[in-house]
Write a protein that binds this ligand. Structure first.
Ligand code: CA
Length: 227
């Protein structure tokens, strides 16, 4: 399947040049020319990687990245001006996977894109997920808590897997619905609350751990940063 790259770059000639090169390599490309559109498209979740210029109208690249990282872990490569050391540091601090300084050789950009995509693929295919006492073996489709096997329905298992792959990220009910039930599902989002209740009964209550946290008005999150 073709990989989709979002190019957020206000210099139209550079954006066009990158687009042509990426298309030549077999990627699908969409380009937008300001930070606000960039953030909006990036949040849609349609992309495998995002090339994000730092100096952008409306919302600069660093701010786009900060807001994006609250919701998504998609790989981001920042495009920075030559010698803008602060931009590089801030970009990496804000969660960029890599950066490249302009002007760049296209071969170098392509190489960095390949590395970022591969790294992300490896991470998203991690077969064993562990948080607190909960271990999910994705090959065997098994979950254990404190070493004891726990029986989950398919929906409960999928929901738990989404939480574990997105640990420390607050997941809205709508997003969970989309991921568990598919994008075509137009049912009630409170069905998510029902699944969460079952998961809590089977894991949190039974083993007295606090795994799934409710964030009022926002959704749910699994945290692994506290005892
Ligand atoms: Ca720019």
């Amino acid at each position: 399947m073709e990989q989709k790259i979002l190019v957020v770059e206000d210099e139209i000639k550079i954006a066009r040049f990158i687009e042509l090169e990426l298309m030549h390599e077999g990627y699908l490309v969409e380009k937008v020319f300001d930070g606000r559109s960039g953030l909006e498209r990036a949040l849609s979740g349609d992309f495998d990687l995002i090339l994000l210029d730092v100096m952008l109208p409306q919302l600069n690249g660093l701010e786009v990245l900060r807001r994006l990282r609250k919701e998504r872990q998609v790989p981001v490569i920042m495009l920075t001006a030559r010698d803008a050391v602060m931009d590089k540091v801030s970009g990496l601090d804000a969660g960029a996977d890599d950066y490249i300084t302009k002007p760049f050789a296209i071969e170098e950009l392509l190489a960095r894109i390949r590395v970022a995509l591969k790294k992300n693929k490896t991470a998203s295919e991690a077969h064993i997920l562990k948080i607190k006492g909960v271990v999910m073996d994705c090959d065997r489709h098994e979950v254990t808590v404190m070493g004891e096997p726990v029986e989950l329905t398919n929906r409960e298992y999928e929901l738990l897997q989404i939480f574990m792959r997105n640990k420390n990220i607050v997941m809205s009910r709508d997003r969970l619905m989309n991921e568990v039930c598919g994008y075509d599902y137009f049912g009630e989002t409170n069905i998510i609350d029902v699944y969460v209740r079952y998961l809590r009964m089977k894991i949190d209550d039974k083993y007295q751990i606090k795994l799934i946290h409710t964030i009022r008005g926002a959704g749910y999150v699994i945290k692994d940063d506290e005892a």
